[in-house]
Design a protein around this ligand. Structure first.
Ligand code: SME
Length: 159
């Protein structure tokens, strides 16, 4: 597991905060925020934001070595769909041991999915895959939940 310092989380959160406070289209804000996560955290191999559309999660901005075939996931399916249905962060230390897992990349070993809520409703989520097993710590959870809070008006289309 990579040793990420608290300073790295703090300065990345500040970078996202600057992005959301600048004027910009939601798509641009979400794209730039995904870029911050991709640039600053080595253990984040693939990062995507899904947005709720009806009963589905639809893939928005993403960064990673490959595109995923899962560009639309029904809420309730996969780890992504479970996080959206429950409104709670899902951390999976070993994706191959989780029956809910929808495989995207053979290299993925662990995954975190953090819902983005606005006014009590899940409007999207941040999905991150890692090539390391058990890559995601409580520090990742708390950092990404703050990122989700910052992104929420944009993901809801309310900015
Ligand atoms: N693994 C996810 C699907 C999305 S890909 O990781 C990009 C899931 O189980 O829901």
């Amino acid at each position: 597991m990579s040793a990420v310092t608290t300073d790295t989380y703090r300065s990345a959160l500040e970078a996202v905060d600057r992005i959301v406070n600048r004027e910009g289209e939601a798509e641009e804000v979400l794209t730039k925020a995904v870029g911050v996560l991709a640039e600053r955290f080595e253990h984040y191999a693939w990062i995507g934001v899904y947005l709720v559309e009806g009963n589905d999660l639809v893939l928005g901005p993403w960064q990673g070595p490959q595109a995923t075939e899962h560009t639309r996931i029904p809420i309730g399916q996969g780890i992504c769909g479970a996080a959206a249905a429950g409104g709670r962060t899902e951390i999976v230390d070993d994706v191959n041991a989780d029956d809910r897992y929808l495989a995207c990349f053979v290299s993925t070993r662990s995954e975190i999915v953090v819902p983005i809520s606005f006014e009590g409703n899940v409007v999207g989520e941040i999905d991150i895959d890692s090539d390391e097993p058990s890559a995601f710590t409580e520090a990742d959870r708390s950092f990404l939940e703050r990122v989700a809070l910052l992104l929420s008006p944009h993901a809801a289309g309310r900015r």
